[in-house]
Structures are given as C-alpha cells and as structure tokens.
Design a protein around this ligand. Structure first.
Ligand SMILES: NC(=O)c1ccc[n+]([C@@H]2O[C@H](COP(=O)([O-])OP(=O)(O)OC[C@H]3O[C@@H](n4cnc5c(N)ncnc54)[C@H](OP(=O)(O)O)[C@@H]3O)[C@@H](O)[C@H]2O)c1
Length: 268
C-alpha cells in the first residue's frame, strides 16, 4: 500500500512525509521521492534513509551511544536518565522503528529495565534482543512483555539457567571464549532469523564489544553539553600506544536539540 499521497505534491514533502516514506521503505514499499523536499525532510533522509533501505541483500549493524562531553554514558551508580535531550530520545525511538532488531547488553536491562518500544513515534517495535550470557535476567523484566513482538535472549550455550523465561522468549545459545560471545555470531544468528537491520542501543560494554570485533557499519554518538566528571565510559577498547593506531572515521553531524549527533561510518 502506498501511504504517501503527499509524494505527488513536492511542496508538501515535510518531515512527517519523509517519516512516512521511510517507514514505507522499511516495510518493503516502493514509493519514489519527489525532486524537491523541505530541509527538515532532507535531514531525516540523510540520517535514516540508508538504514531504512538495508535488508537481506545488504544487512546493516548500527550502534548508538549518548554521552557527556567527557565521554560518560551514566553516573557511577548507573543513572543515565537522561544524558541526552528529548530530541535524541525521539531519534532512538525512530531508529527502533526502522530496525528489525534492537540489541542491548544485560547491564542495561539490569539497570534501566528498558521496554525497547517505539512509543514516542509512529512505527512498530522491533524484535528485542538482550545479550545475557549467564541468564541473569528474570521474566519480570519489561523487555520480556508478551506484546506480540519477537523477544530473544542470547546466552552462553553451556549455561544452566536458574531463572525461567516466558514461553514466547526465544533463547539462542552460542559458544563463548573467556565468557565472551563473539558479536559476529550474534549478528549471524539474527540474520539467520530474517533480522537484517540491527540497532545496538547500548550500553557501553556491548557497543565496545561490537566495535572491537569490527561488527559495526555505523556508529552514532550523541554528545550532550554536560560534564559528569566521573561515571561509566561509553567506548572502552583494547589500549593502543600510538595515535596512528587510532580509528579515524568518516562522519556527519546532526543537531539534536541541544545535543550533537556524530554519525560515523566504518566502511571507508
Ligand atoms: N547513554 C547511553 O547511550 C546508554 C545506553 C544504554 C545504557 N546506558 C547505561 O549504561 C549502563 C549499562 O552499560 P554497561 O556498559 O554497564 O552494560 P551493557 O553494555 O548494557 O551490558 C554489558 C553486559 O552485557 C553482557 N554482554 C554484552 N555483550 C556481550 C558479549 N559480547 N559477550 C558476553 N556478554 C556480553 C554481559 O553481561 P554479564 O554482565 O551478565 O556478563 C556484559 O557485562 C547503565 O547504567 C545504563 O543506564 C546508557
């Protein structure tokens, strides 16, 4: 179904029309873009079009972290509500709405009990995936709600769980090395289930693992004009001794209210 009648009227191609277009594309629609779009609509297309276009032929793994100017994603006690402003939270919900699967680490579910839904925007919620190698999370966690959305726990294949999960939750057991699951194996397991647009939403340890494993096509870091001075780091990677070993990226900037989003591309 073409949900874009305004496509025939370029003057009306605003941010709302761009969002309908992106959702239509993500669900396999074939509408074409008008020659002229309004600036806010262009910004949406610049930020979201490539992820919405990903699919079986071209899977994409994109991660996001929201952090302070001094690189912290939460206080020492784990308080992260909210490092970023409402515009960036809307952005996270848009990313979920375009994704087939959203991944978080067990630490984020233990601390935030995140729902991982798209309640702030139009669009359906993606499959919810948590990497919980030791099966520490119980059925009371909100991401395990039985709301018709696919829910997956990825764990160590050898673990003997002490906590039962509801029947609608799929458990994927994978091999570990030193307690770590290979992010490539996690991505492959999701792609094998038809989940091709993968959004890694945090926290720092999980995104760092995907980055260190070379599993990310894109990384978005939204920086808030905030100094925490202590607390949890966003990215933590194996140490390097020379600046020449640092990863230098192609990037684009997107204002997000008072915050600034760096959209970085690893496919140079
Ligand atoms: N600002 C933001 O963008 C943002 C986003 C999300 C969360 N947060 C905040 O960040 C904090 C949580 O972040 P975090 O870095 O501590 O934890 P996290 O990344 O959410 O979770 C880390 C845990 O997930 C499991 N895990 C993830 N990848 C794994 C892998 N490849 N192999 C094996 N296990 C893996 C491990 O579970 P086990 O611990 O069971 O071994 C690991 O300790 C919370 O305070 C949350 O509020 C901030």
């Amino acid at each position: 179904m073409n949900v874009l009648p305004s496509l025939r009227d370029p003057a009306g191609f605003d941010a709302a029309a761009a969002w309908r277009y992106l959702l239509d594309l993500r669900h396999g629609g074939g509408a074409s873009l008008p020659a002229t779009v309004e600036p806010e609509a262009q910004r949406f297309l610049d930020l979201y079009l490539e992820f919405a276009r990903a699919g079986a032929a071209r899977p994409m793994v994109l991660a996001h972290l929201g952090q302070s100017l001094d690189g912290r994603i939460a206080t020492r006690t784990g308080d992260s509500y909210y490092v970023n402003g409402p515009e960036n939270i809307d952005h996270l919900h848009r990313m979920r709405a375009l994704a087939d699967a959203v991944i978080v680490g067990a630490g984020t579910v233990r601390k935030d009990d995140a729902r991982l839904t798209t309640r702030r925007v139009t669009g359906s919620s993606p499959a919810r995936v948590v990497i919980d190698p030791r099966r520490t999370l119980g059925s009371e966690r909100r991401m395990f709600a039985d709301d018709g959305t696919q829910v997956i726990v990825v764990c160590d294949a050898t673990v003997t769980p002490s906590l039962r999960l509801p029947g609608h939750v799929e458990v994927i057991g994978l091999p570990t090395a030193g307690g770590q699951l290979a992010p490539q194996a996690v991505v492959k397991a999701l792609i094998d289930r038809g989940l091709h647009r993968i959004f890694v939403e945090g926290g720092g340890a999980t995104v760092s693992g995907f980055l260190a494993a070379g599993c990310l096509h894109r990384l978005q870091i939204t920086i808030a004009p905030l100094i925490l001075g202590s607390g949890r780091h966003g990215l933590e990677l194996p140490p390097i001794s020379r600046l020449a070993e640092a990863t230098r990226l192609r990037w684009r900037l997107f204002p997000m209210g008072e915050d600034t989003l760096f959209d970085c591309d690893f496919r140079s």
